[in-house]
Ligand binder design. Structure first.
Ligand code: ATP
Length: 272
């Protein structure tokens, strides 16, 4: 679904304020996978997501999405995006917010209505279709944003800290809902987060980035089976959390005495 090959992004090259945000990133994401990007603040996670979305061009390297250059995938609307702020249009009802990508595609009225109703049911907001965003809680707004991103059934969902501004309970509930929706739709997800717990709970793989210039230093396979709430208490889950934490700290942190529950922590695979 996604292939990043030697992708580097330098902002303001040759000028004051030159920043290498992403350096030589290689990453392959298969269809139906859930991959998180995690790393210290400013390491280039959002930039990597924006490169996949073709919102910024790479300085070098290639980005392929759905088997085509990223720019083509953007034009074909092969992905939906969800950000930390729901970014809904205040003057549109919930239903009309969800219909927006379909309107842009020129989908007819009745099909738009039907699809929006289906999406709102998926995120549990059918009763709120006629409400305006300001009448909803932050978590509900974020669910509308997810419904909107999925409205025209993109094969790929790009999410940039979508639950970052929510309280812990809401965040955990939405994590469960997101996994349920992805399982129902088969959507591939690339998910940027600061939270190790969140990355481990959601992902099949966690890509760990180093401090700027952001490199993908490790990719950790997370094999936890079906993500029920009980998984959050499982020793294997804590093992993976420890493995990601160690990868974030770098090789020096992988000292057995510090490992604790990481005795069950899985091996970390370097991917350049
Ligand atoms: N449009 C831009 N112009 C210039 N520099 C930029 C631009 N966008 C990002 N940067 C720089 O690139 C680096 C990486 O930023 P980015 O937002 O990708 O990091 P991040 O890992 O997502 O950070 P955070 O976790 O704090 O959100 C930062 O130093 C940032 O200042």
């Amino acid at each position: 679904m996604i292939e990043l090959s030697g992708v580097t992004k330098v902002f303001n090259p040759g000028r004051a304020g030159e920043v290498t945000a992403v350096a030589a990133a290689d990453l392959t994401v298969a269809a139906g996978e859930f991959v998180s990007l995690i790393g210290p603040s400013g390491c280039g996670k959002s930039t990597l997501l924006r490169l996949i979305a073709d919102l910024v061009p790479p300085s070098s390297g290639t980005v392929t999405v759905a088997g085509k250059p990223a720019a083509r995938a953007r034009r074909d609307r092969d992905y939906g995006m969800v950000f930390q702020k729901a970014g809904l249009f205040d003057w549109r009802t919930v239903r009309r917010n969800v219909e927006l990508p379909l309107e842009l595609r020129g989908t007819g009225r009745s099909e738009r209505h039907a699809r929006a109703a289906e999406m709102l049911e998926l995120v549990g907001l059918s009763e709120f279709a006629s409400h305006y965003p300001a009448q909803l809680s932050g978590g509900m707004q974020q669910r509308v944003s997810i419904a909107r991103a999925l409205a025209d059934a993109p094969p790929l969902l790009l999410m940039d800290e979508p639950f970052g501004a929510l309280d812990e309970m809401t965040r955990e509930r939405l994590q469960g809902e997101l996994l349920r929706i992805c399982a129902a739709t088969g959507t591939t997800v690339v998910f940027v987060t600061h939270s190790i717990d969140e990355a481990v709970f959601l992902s099949g793989r966690v890509a760990v980035m180093s401090a700027r210039p952001g490199r993908i230093t490790d990719v950790i396979d997370v094999d936890l089976g079906e993500r029920t709430e009980a998984v959050r208490q499982a020793p294997e889950y804590f093992g993976y959390v420890t493995a990601v934490r160690q990868a974030l700290r770098g090789p020096a942190a992988a000292v057995p005495e510090q490992a604790g529950p990481a005795e069950s922590a899985p091996a970390v695979r370097a991917e350049k």
